[in-house]
Design a protein around this ligand. Structure first.
Ligand code: SAH
Length: 493
């Protein structure tokens, strides 16, 4: 059965408890009411964002006065009288610090009647918006909220991000703002403008604490001007998506996904991996399943080439590693023949993902001196006729069988006939590295029955060899795996 490549839309935004928005407050009037220190701290925050703060406090506390004195900000004006309905008119934001429910209610109603978003400090029931945690690399600003669910957790996350982002990013974000007009003046196409900003970002992230220089700006602009002189060219990149767990993606793969125009992906690519795609990227399922309906390889090749020829950046996203049972040669060849620049970003192949999950090394210096990857079926869907059975019967090898589902019985029987001892350990792993991972442990003789008895479905891989002998895998806990070894290593039968 054949099927056509289909465009898919991936709902990438999950429900949000809060919508982060970034208010432009430069020169705008903000009303704060309340005589406590909390009111003063809010005044400081809003003044830092450029607002003209009117702080209403009939009886300002000593703490408030001390804070205001230390700030000495000409953006904050203290008015020693209570707030009133009228003063809220035309304000950009209204903030109240009070313990009094009736006052909070009246303030909120007044703000709403004036169309002004309102916050009552630490009283979520009276708030239209909340203040999140802030990591400040202005003009790069990161806001953090847990919707009040876990403030301490939120603070810890803030500290983590704070530690991750060098202070120097402030200068780079500011440089971006200042360099933007020069980039616009080049009148580049969308793709080339994007290429400029990608080079800029690479430079910034490689040298975050260096001050961006005019020489660097000129070099980047010169490169873009030079590019603009040659015809626009798209490109293709074969990207390894790994077996499923998105944390197994390489940094390069993530970068490619985030700059893709089009992503052509296989059935076996997990949704969690697609979540890393650039939001605007078009995604197309070009799946080939072992025994179900499949897109023709020629259609996939043609799509890759034609999108790239339209100047698009095509990501051909394949499960595991593109160079392992991924028909990469044909896709690379099609691109090369069409003159489309193409490269490959490797991924973790399923065998590697599985070995780590079950805690068994594919090699062992005494009992597994060789690893062989084998496909369970040929182009007709049958066990390949040209398997070197002496290699499979080698007791000092680990054999990994990809696509074993339909032929495992024929394969194990032939291996036994060719002299592989019946008690050699054999393991099947379904949905490796995913949340529904399932491991079936057996011997080469009992594996087909145990696989059948497990009733498991989904992609499966089989590993055979002495090195697959059971080993305690409790250390998997250390790495915060999505499933526990108890759930994962479930011997059937
Ligand atoms: N390029 C891939 C292999 C593609 S062939 C890689 O490097 O892993 C498709 C086969 O890979 C499937 O039939 C199955 O045997 C295996 N496979 C891919 N993802 C898997 C997963 N999450 N769990 C188990 N097997 C998987």
């Amino acid at each position: 059965m054949s099927r056509k490549p289909t465009e898919t839309s991936i709902a990438r935004i999950q429900p949000l408890a809060r919508l982060p928005v970034f208010f432009a407050l430069e020169g705008r009037r903000v009303v704060i009411a309340g005589g406590s220190e909390a009111a003063a701290w809010k005044a400081e925050l809003l003044a830092a964002a450029g607002a003209r703060v009117e702080l209403y406090a009939e009886h300002p506390s000593d703490e408030l006065l001390t804070v205001l004195q230390s700030l000495a900000s000409d953006h904050i004006e203290l008015r020693r009288r209570p707030w009133s309905f009228d003063i809220l008119q035309g304000a950009a934001l209204a903030i109240l610090a009070t313990e009094n429910d009736a006052e909070a209610q009246a303030f909120r109603c007044s703000a709403q009647a004036n169309g002004v978003p309102c916050n009552v400090v630490d009283r979520p029931a009276f708030c239209d918006f909340s203040f999140g945690g802030i990591v400040n690399r202005s003009p790069l600003i990161i806001g953090i909220s847990t919707d009040g669910a876990a403030p301490v957790f939120g603070q810890a996350i803030r500290a983590k991000i704070e530690a991750m982002l060098p202070q120097g990013l402030t200068q780079w974000a500011e440089a971006a703002r200042q360099w933007r007009p020069s980039v616009q003046a080049l009148k580049l196409s969308f793709q080339r403008r994007r290429a400029f900003w990608e080079r800029f970002t690479e430079l910034a992230l490689a040298n975050p604490n260096d001050t961006p220089s005019e020489a660097e700006r000129d070099a980047l602009l010169a490169k873009s001007a030079h590019d603009a002189a040659s015809p626009e060219r798209g490109s293709a990149v074969l990207v390894g998506a790994g077996p499923g767990d998105p944390e197994l993606l390489t940094l390069k793969a993530v970068r490619a996904l985030q700059s893709a125009d089009i992503i052509l992906y296989d059935d076996l690519v997990s949704r969690a991996v697609l979540d890393f795609a650039r939001r605007e990227a078009k995604t197309m399922l070009v799946g080939k399943t072992g025994h179900g309906p499949s897109c023709k390889q020629e259609d996939i090749n043609r799509l890759m080439v034609s999108f790239a020829q339209q100047g698009k950046r095509v990501v051909r996203l394949k499960s595991g590693d593109p160079m392992v049972f991924g028909r990469a040669t044909e896709e690379l060849e099609a691109c090369r023949l069409a003159g489309v620049p193409v490269e490959v970003i490797p991924g973790i192949t399923t065998a590697q993902g599985v070995a780590s999950r079950i805690g068994r090394s594919l090699t062992h210096r005494a009992i597994a001196r060789r690893v062989q990857f084998l496909t369970g079926h040929d182009t007709s869907g049958k066990l390949p006729g040209d398997i070197d059975w002496s290699a499979i019967a080698d007791q000092n090898a680990t054999t990994v069988v990809y696509m074993p589902a339909k032929t495992i019985r024929a394969l194990t029987e032939a291996a036994l006939r060719h002299g592989l001892p019946a008690d050699i350990p054999a393991i099947a792993v379904y949905n490796a590295t995913r949340t529904n991972e399932l491991v079936v442990e057996a011997t080469i003789a009992s594996l087909p029955d145990r696989m059948e008895a497990s009733g498991a479905s989904g992609p499966v891989i089989v590993l055979i060899g002495k090195a697959m002998q059971g080993a305690e895998a409790n250390w998997l806990h250390l790495w915060g795996s999505s499933t526990s070894p108890e759930e994962t290593i479930r011997a059937i039968g």
